[in-house]
Design a protein around this ligand. Structure first.
Ligand code: NDP
Length: 438
C-alpha cells in the first residue's frame, strides 16, 4: 500500500490472494519470499496515443501494457478500452491473470493492457484511427513469443482486426500476436463464446457436486457484452432461465426469460447497432427497465429472486448489500463471469451463507484458455472444428474445477473455491519461478 498508495483495485486483488494462500507457507515456508516478486510487475509500459477525430481535432489518450509475470509462458491477457482505465485497474487485472492462466493448464504468463479511450459513440473510422495509433507503439513491446494480447471490455472483434492489421503493417509479419482474431485470418472457432460458455460449464460442475443442474433454475446475468451474451446462451441451452441483463445505464428484468430469439435481438442491439439495453424493454412487453441510480448503495438487479447469479459486467458490481440481497433471494450459486465483480465483503457474505461461490480467476478462465488454443492452432497453421475446440474448452473447465475443488479440500477449506483456486494457481507459478532462479 505504501509503494502504490493510489491503486485500490490492485490492493484489493492482492489482498484477496494473500489472505487465502497463507496455508501454503505453513507447508512451504521458503515460498513466502516470492511474495514481493509476484506482486511487482516484471515491466509496465505507458505511452501516449494520439489520433484525429471525425472533425480533424487531435485527441490524446493514455495507453498501457502491464507485463506481470512470464514464469509459465509469454505474457497473455486482454486489452481494455474504457474511460476508467488506469494503472490500478490494469495491475489488478494483470495480477489475477497470472493465477488464472496458471489454472488453465496451458503455458501462458500473465499480462493486461488497454487505454482510457471510450469507444462509445465513436465511428468505425475513429475507432480504427485510435487502434492503429495504439498498436503503432504497442507493436514494439509484444510478439508471438513475448506477449500476446486479446480483447476485454471495449475490445472485441472489430478492434482486434484493426490492431492486427496495424501490427502486420509495422512488423511485416503475419503471426498469432493477438487472439480473438476473425475466423478468416487465424481466429479460433468458439473464442467469442468461450468465456461465457466456460463460466456455465464451471457452474455445471459446481452444481453437480450437490447432485444438481441448471435445468429449471432461474439465473441473473449482469452486463450485456461478450461474456453476458454467451453465458445467457449456454444457460438457456442447458434448460435454465435467464431473467436479467444490464449495461452501464441500468438493467432489464424479463419474467418470461431471455430465450434464443430475444438473445439474438440483444446481440444485434449490442454488437451491430451498439445501442442501449433499455431498448429491450421497449421491444418485449414481458420486460421492465430500471435506470441505474448511482445514489443507491445497492444494485436492484441483485435483489431479484433467483437460484444462480452470474455477474458479467465489471469489477465491484456486487457489494456487501447486494450479496445480502442475493442470499435473501435464495441464491445457491454465484459464478463470477467478470473479473473481481464481487467485493471482498460481498464474497465473504456469500461464503458465510454457504453459497457456492466461483471466483473469476477460475470460472472465467475459459476465454483465455481458448485464446491459448488459438495460439496453438496459429503455431500449427491449422484450424480445429467447433466441436473440437468446444470439447477442449469443456475439459479445461472441468480440470480447473477439479483443481480448485481438490486443492480446497487438501488445504482444509472444503467447498471454498477462492482458497482452492488461489492456492492451485499460485503453487504452479511459484514452483516455476523458483526453478528459473527467481
Ligand atoms: P464487453 O465490453 O463486451 O461488455 C461489458 C459489459 O459490461 C457491457 O454491458 C457494459 O455496459 C458493462 N459495463 C462495463 N463497465 C461498466 C460499468 N462501469 N458499470 C456498469 N456496467 C458496465 O466486455 P466483456 O463482456 O468482454 O467483459 C466483461 C467482464 O468480463 C470484464 O470484467 C472482463 O474483464 C471480464 N472477462 C472478459 C473476458 C473475455 O473473453 N471477453 C475473459 C475473462 C474475463 P456498457 O455497454 O454500458 O459499457
Amino acid at each position: 500500500v505504501k509503494r502504490d498508495p493510489d491503486q485500490p483495485e490492485f490492493h484489493q486483488a492482492v489482498r484477496e490472494v494473500l489472505e487465502t494462500i497463507s496455508p501454503v507457507f505453513d507447508r512451504h515456508p521458503a515460498m513466502a519470499e516470492l511474495l514481493p516478486l509476484i506482486t511487482e510487475p516484471e515491466r509496465v509500459i505507458q505511452f501516449r496515443v494520439p489520433w484525429r477525430d471525425r472533425n480533424g481535432n487531435l485527441q490524446v489518450n493514455r495507453g498501457y501494457r502491464v507485463q506481470m509475470n512470464s514464469a509459465l509462458g509469454p505474457y497473455k491477457g486482454g486489452l481494455r478500452f474504457h474511460p476508467s482505465v488506469n494503472l490500478s485497474i490494469l495491475k489488478f487485472l494483470a495480477f489475477e491473470q497470472v493465477f488464472k492462466n496458471s489454472l488453465t493448464t496451458l503455458p501462458m504468463g500473465g499480462g493486461k493492457g488497454g487505454a482510457n479511450f471510450d469507444p462509445k459513440g465513436k465511428s468505425d473510422l475513429e475507432v480504427m484511427a485510435f487502434c492503429q495509433s495504439f498498436m503503432t507503439e504497442l507493436s514494439r513491446h509484444i510478439g508471438q513469443f513475448t506477449d500476446v494480447p486479446a480483447g476485454d471490455i471495449g475490445v472485441g472483434g472489430r478492434e482486434i482486426g484493426f490492431m492486427f492489421g496495424q501490427y502486420k503493417k509495422v512488423r511485416n509479419e503475419f503471426v498469432g500476436v493477438l487472439t480473438g482474431k476473425g475466423i478468416e485470418y487465424g481466429g479460433s472457432l468458439i473464442r467469442p463464446e468461450a468465456t461465457g460458455y466456460g463460466l456455465v460449464y464451471f457452474v455445471q460442475e459446481m452444481l453437480a457436486t450437490k447432485s444438481s443442474s441448471l435445468k429449471g433454475k432461474t439465473v441473473l446475468v449482469s452486463g450485456s457484452g461478450n461474456v453476458a451474451q454467451y453465458a445467457t446462451e449456454k444457460v438457456t441451452q442447458l434448460g435454465g432461465k435467464v431473467v436479467t441483463l444490464s449495461d452501464s445505464s441500468g438493467f432489464i428484468y424479463d419474467k418470461d426469460g431471455i430465450d434464443a430469439e430475444k438473445l439474438a435481438f440483444v446481440m444485434d442491439l449490442k454488437n451491430v447497432k451498439r445501442g442501449r439495453i433499455e431498448e429491450y424493454a421497449k421491444k418485449y412487453r414481458s420486460a421492465t427497465f430500471e435506470a441505474k441510480d448511482a445514489s443507491k448503495a445497492h444494485n436492484p438487479l441483485w435483489a431479484v429472486k433467483a437460484d444462480v447469479a452470474l455477474p458479467c459486467a465489471t469489477q465491484n458490481e456486487v457489494m456487501e448489500e447486494d450479496a445480502k440481497n442475493l442470499v435473501a433471494g435464495g441464491v445457491q450459486v454465484v459464478g463470477e463471469g467478470a473479473n473481481m465483480p464481487c467485493s471482498i465483503q460481498a464474497t465473504n457474505t456469500l461464503l458465510a451463507n454457504k453459497v457456492l461461490f466461483a471466483p473469476g480467476k477460475a470460472s472465467n478462465a475459459g476465454g483465455v484458455a481458448c485464446s491459448g488454443l488459438e495460439m496453438s492452432q496459429n503455431s500449427l497453421r491449422l484450424s480445429w472444428t467447433r466441436e473440437d475446440v468446444d470439447s477442449r474448452l469443456h475439459n479445461i473447465m472441468k480440470e480447473i474445477h477439479h483443481a480448485a475443488y481438490s486443492t480446497a479440500e487438501e488445504y482444509g477449506a472444503p467447498g471454498n473455491y477462492v482458497v482452492g483456486s488461489n492456492i492451485a494457481g499460485f503453487l504452479k507459478v511459484a514452483r516455476a519461478m523458483n526453478q528459473q532462479g527467481a
